[in-house]
Design a protein around this ligand. Structure first.
Ligand code: APR
Length: 229
C-alpha cells in the first residue's frame, strides 16, 4: 500500500466556509497577526487574543468537512494516508481521517501557561480570561503563534521523508518551517500540488500541479496517483 503524505493548508477548508489567511478575503487582511497570533500580542492584550480564537471556534462549530476532506479520509482504504496539516480546525478528523498531525496546534484545545504539557479539550466555543489549568494558571489557546517553535516539525519531516507520494493541498507555502517539508521528500518521490493559484514550490522539483479548488482537485489528484507506474 503506497504511503500518501498530504500537507494541507487553509485552502482545503475554504469550501467549508473557513477563511484562508492570504487570499483577498483572508483573515490577515482584517487582523494584525502580531496582535492576535503572537506571544507579544498575548502579553499585551490576552483578552483580544482569546476573543479572536473564540470567534474562529464559533465559526468552526458551524463548518462541516467538505468533499476534499472526505475524499482524503476515504482514500485511507487504498493508500496509507498521513495528513500533516497547518490547519487548527478538526475537519480532517471529523471527515474520518485517522492519521492527522497538527503542525500549528488545534483550535478546540487549550493549554496551561505554567506547564505546556497540560493540554485540555475546550468544551463549547469559549476560552476566557480566568479559565485556569489544574495548577491555577491561565489557559491559552493550544496554537503555535508566530515566533514560537513548531514542536511537531521533526515528526512531520520524518513522515515526509518516508512518503511514496507527497501532496500539498491548499497552502501558499509561505510560512516556515511547514513550507520546508517538501525539502524532506526524497527526490524520487512524486509531488502533487492542488491549488487554484500558483504556489511557491522549489524550482528544482518536478511537480504535478492540479490547478483547481480542493473539492475537484483532490479526486483528480488521487486518479493521477492511481495511474502512476
Ligand atoms: N481549494 C484549494 N486551495 C485553495 C482554495 C480552495 N478552494 N481556496 C484558496 N486556496 C489556496 C490559496 O490559493 C492559497 O494558496 O489555499 C492557500 C491558502 O494560503 P494561506 O491563506 O497562506 O494559508 P496557509 O498556507 O494554510 O497558511 C499557513 O500561515 O497564518 C499562518 O498559521 C497560519 O497555518 C497558517 C499558515
Amino acid at each position: 500500500m503506497k504511503k500518501l503524505v498530504v500537507l494541507t493548508g487553509a485552502g482545503i477548508s475554504a469550501e467549508s466556509g473557513i477563511r484562508t489567511f492570504r487570499d483577498s478575503d483572508g483573515l490577515w487582511h482584517d487582523y494584525d497577526i502580531m496582535e492576535v497570533a503572537s506571544p507579544e500580542g498575548w502579553r499585551r492584550d490576552p483578552k483580544l487574543v482569546l476573543n479572536f480564537y473564540n470567534e474562529r471556534r464559533r465559526g468552526l462549530y458551524e463548518a462541516k468537512p467538505n468533499a476534499a476532506h472526505l475524499t482524503l479520509a476515504e482514500a485511507d482504504e487504498e493508500f496509507d494516508v498521513h495528513i500533516i496539516t497547518q490547519n487548527i480546525d478538526d475537519l480532517h478528523e471529523r471527515a474520518g481521517s485517522t492519521k492527522v498531525l497538527h503542525l500549528h496546534g488545534e483550535l478546540k484545545k487549550a493549554r496551561s501557561t505554567a506547564d505546556p504539557s497540560l493540554i485540555y479539550d475546550i468544551e463549547g466555543t469559549e476560552l476566557n480570561w480566568g479559565d485556569k489549568c489544574e495548577l491555577g494558571s491561565q489557559l491559552r489557546p493550544h496554537i503555535v503563534w508566530f515566533g514560537e517553535a513548531v514542536p511537531a516539525m521533526s515528526e512531520a519531516a520524518e513522515i515526509a521523508h518516508s512518503a511514496d507520494v507527497f501532496a500539498v493541498v491548499g497552502s501558499s507555502l509561505v510560512v516556515y518551517p511547514a513550507a520546508a517539508l517538501v525539502q524532506f521528500v526524497p527526490s524520487s518521490t512524486p509531488v502533487f500540488v492542488v491549488d487554484p493559484k500558483e504556489v511557491a514550490v522549489p524550482s528544482w522539483r518536478e511537480i504535478t500541479f492540479i490547478r483547481d479548488k480542493a473539492t475537484r482537485g483532490v479526486p483528480k489528484m488521487l486518479e493521477a496517483i492511481r495511474n502512476l507506474s
